[in-house]
Ligand binder design. Structure first.
Ligand SMILES: Cc1cc2nc3c(=O)[nH]c(=O)nc-3n(C[C@H](O)[C@H](O)[C@H](O)COP(=O)(O)OP(=O)(O)OC[C@H]3O[C@@H](n4cnc5c(N)ncnc54)[C@H](O)[C@@H]3O)c2cc1C
Length: 450
């Protein structure tokens, strides 16, 4: 039997003549390469397969298995780690964006094809005066966001995106299409809530919906020289959020400004008191690059740490060319958000029940600039320094959020020994031949991420 990339593409072309894009179809191929949101992932693959439905995906996966070709699953390509939803000439990209079904059950559960973006889902649900826990950016896809945990705008009010999944419809390596929920395949259900693409391809997410609420959303820009007061206000809000889960916050230290997102899951006539610490700051100022590198750590809440990281960040910024922007964001996660996950049957990420900060360090730089390594080095350096500072202050937590991690970070290994064992057992049970470990091109995979 013929195996390898060429054999796989031949077989796919025979069965699906109009769905395979290879380098000989020049313009379509270039468009396929340049589809990911993250330009770091514009790497030419051996071929691109555009799947319209689950049947086609099932047949494609069977050919992948038979020929032993490497593959990767792609929706929007928002994950900037090279090879996670992209590939080189040795592998085939399975593009599932056309899995677009949307159905609202009488139980209020929204059954949504895994090719959708959050913008599409929000617009559709809004017509029914409903919403779901999704990404803060409309272009992000459901797949990577929900399988990686998923930090929404108001994590303490509803928990993480993964905790809002009532059921996953999953295509397993042996071709079976199964449901994973609290009653059926419960081990798989839990493993998928943060365990990434280790167990199968999710074809549909069934999501809890919430009545549409009006949300206050302000982004203020502050003068970075005021960083001590900004960090003090950030801390105060994080503390206040422990008592008022309607509050949401991000503090993004950027090139020349600090952007603070103040979100509130209600529209009281008075400004929410939870945000008071930011109202009086005097440093308020009045505002697309897509090549990016990221890195993450998780810490306890500590003003001293926030201030020291800020100082360290200003130092690292100096090492970069002027058109490279290194910035970082403080993302609070509170006890209520962690509890929401526990109340919904536990996820696989092993969060501690304490107020915490999910940091994301990001570098963005122009497509034409060639020194990609400098950007990655900058995020790695600031993340390492922040980690050291946190360790010194006994504020470092193990958890690393998949959505914000760079490829070399041990994400699955940060979930704790019990959860690692759970994921390994689940993978062995649902994918005994190890197809998702051996043939998947990249990702935070059990084969090398524990
Ligand atoms: C501008 C921007 C804003 C963001 N905002 C947020 C935010 O508010 N909150 C947050 O938590 N994260 C956020 N992220 C991070 C984002 O959630 C991750 O990058 C996520 O991996 C993107 O998922 P995707 O499906 O859109 O992208 P892709 O890059 O296509 O997929 C990401 C990974 O998931 C796998 N995958 C995708 N779909 C499936 C599936 N159905 N079955 C199995 N595996 C699958 C892919 O193989 C790949 O490994 C943001 C990122 C960017 C660039």
């Amino acid at each position: 039997m013929a195996t390898g990339t060429a054999a796989a593409l031949d077989q796919l072309r025979t069965i699906f003549p109009n769905k395979v894009v290879t380098p000989d179809i020049e313009s379509e191929y270039q468009a396929a390469v340049a589809t990911p949101w993250s330009q770091t992932c514009w790497t030419p693959a051996a071929g691109y397969m555009y799947l319209s439905n689950v049947q086609e995906l099932t047949e494609t996966l069977a050919i992948v298995k038979k020929t032993g070709v490497k593959f990767t699953i792609r929706t929007t390509g928002h994950n900037p780690n090279v090879g996670f939803s992209s590939a080189d000439k040795t592998a085939v990209v399975l593009d599932i964006r056309q899995l677009q079904s949307k159905e609202l059950g009488s139980d209020g559960v929204a059954r949504i094809g895994s090719g959708s973006t959050w913008g599409e889902v929000y617009a559709w649900l809004e017509k029914q005066k409903l919403s779901a826990i999704g990404g803060r950016d409309q272009q992000v896809g459901l797949g990577g966001f929900l399988l990686g945990g998923g930090m929404g705008a108001l994590p303490n009010l509803y928990g993480l995106g993964a905790d809002g999944v009532r059921n996953f419809e999953v295509l397993l390596a042996d071709g079976r299409l199964v449901n994973a929920n609290a009653k059926e395949n419960a081990d798989l259900y839990r493993a998928l809530k943060g365990g990434g693409s280790n167990f199968g391809i999710v074809t549909r997410f069934d999501l809890d919906t919430h009545p549409l609420i009006n949300v206050q959303y302000t982004i203020n820009l502050y003068n970075p020289e005021d960083y001590v007061e900004i960090n003090k206000a950030t801390m105060a809000i994080q503390n206040a959020m422990e008592n008022d889960p309607k509050g949401g916050l991000f503090t993004n230290s950027n090139n020349g400004f600090v952007a603070v997102g103040l979100l509130y899951g209600d529209t009281p006539s008075e400004r929410p008191s939870v945000f008071k610490p930011f109202h009086n700051l005097k440093s308020l100022v009045t505002t697309e690059s897509k090549k990016r590198a990221i890195c993450t750590i998780t810490t306890k809440v500590s003003q001293e740490l926030y201030d020291d990281v800020y100082k360290s960040w200003t130092e690292v910024c100096k090492s970069l060319p002027t058109d490279y922007v290194l910035h970082y964001t403080i993302q609070p996660m509170g006890k209520a958000g962690v509890q929401a996950g526990k109340d919904r049957g536990e996820n696989i990420m092993g969060h501690e029940s304490i107020p915490q900060c999910w940091w994301v360090f990001t570098c963005e730089w122009p497509q034409e600039a060639s020194d990609d390594a400098a950007a990655q080095k900058a995020v790695d350096t600031i993340a390492e320094r922040a980690q050291l500072l946190a360790k010194e202050k006994r504020a470092l937590l193990d958890f690393k959020c998949m959505s914000f991690a760079t490829a070399s970070q041990t994400v699955l290994g940060s979930y704790g020994a019990d959860n690692i064992k759970r994921m390994q057992e689940t993978a062995a049970k649902y994918d005994p031949e190890g197809v998702f470990q051996k043939l998947q091109n990249g990702g935070f995979l059990l084969r090398d991420n524990i």
